[in-house]
Write a protein that binds this ligand. Structure first.
Ligand code: ATP
Ligand code: MG
Length: 248
């Protein structure tokens, strides 16, 4: 089943000189896929993710997510769509310091007005599954970056969204925490069939995904699939990056 479809998607920023950041992007993501978007700095990766997540509007073209067109929704309908259909993971975790980790994780359910007992039950099941039950009563300053990102992933999927979107989720992590976080993304993709789309400039992080879309100057440059070991896939990613040029 197709979860996300982008049709002739373009984005132009108007200014003294108008600047076409995304040019006729056509892309389909199927249920259960684990996809990375890579490309040089300024190639339009975050813009693409922001247009998909409705943070930003396309100039032309369509975003179809779970048979709905979020950019046609307004007000409460749009907020409700975001809460139900989308999960977010950010580079800097975006956990609230005033809440416990557990309260942070159930925040999307709080916003939905779910009864406390139901929230506690969901939190217990999910935190055990993700191996973070030991930190749910802690505060943000008492946990590591890797633990914070695992908590943020839990928050991102507690609502069972149609798609989990992540922008540079390992950008602030050391290599051990990067492993933990990428193993967790892999686990929830394999076991819970969470469809995941992440932007990363790190070949190692991308090598955990099953498919990589390379963008250059706002256009799809190339796509590759992992029908091989992670190590071989990593080598293939390096090769494409060397062809694309301008990579960090
Ligand atoms: N709100 C905006 N107004 C004008 N230009 C913008 C805006 N947001 C982004 N841009 C420009 O669009 C281009 C693409 O930006 P984007 O953030 O999507 O790149 P990126 O691929 O995510 O880069 P990085 O790897 O550095 O995060 C850049 O040239 C940027 O300066
Ligand atoms: Mg970016």
């Amino acid at each position: 089943m197709e979860i996300l479809k982008l049709i002739n998607l373009s984005k132009t920023y108007e200014g003294k000189v108008s600047y076409k950041v995304l040019k006729n992007i056509n892309l389909t993501i199927r249920e259960g896929e684990f996809v990375a978007i890579m490309g040089p700095s300024g190639s339009g990766k975050s813009t693409l993710l922001n247009v998909i997540s409705t943070i930003d509007k396309p100039t032309s073209g369509q975003v179809i997510l779970n048979d709905k067109q979020p950019h046609n929704l307004k007000g409460d309908h749009l907020s409700s769509f975001r809460r139900k259909e989308l999960g977010f993971v950010f580079q800097n975790f975006n956990l609230l310091d005033t809440l416990t980790i557990g309260e942070n994780i159930v925040l999307p359910l709080t916003l939905e007005g779910l009864p406390v007992n139901d929230m506690d039950e969901k939190l217990n099941i999910l935190s055990k599954k993700l191996g973070i039950e030991n930190i749910i009563n802690k505060r943000t300053f008492e946990i590591s970056g890797g633990q914070a990102q695992r908590a943020a992933i839990a928050r991102g999927i507690i609502n069972s969204p149609s798609i989990l979107l992540a922008d540079e989720p390992t950008g602030n992590l050391d290599s051990k925490s990067t492993d933990d976080v990428m193993n967790l993304f892999t686990k929830i993709n394999n076991e819970n069939k969470v469809t995941t789309l992440m932007v990363t400039h790190e070949p190692y992080t991308a090598s955990f995904c099953n498919r990589i879309i390379f963008i250059k100057d706002g256009e799809i440059f190339r796509e590759i699939y992992k029908n091989k070991s992670r190590e071989e896939f990593y080598e293939e990613i390096l090769l494409v990056l060397s062809q694309i040029g301008g990579a960090r």
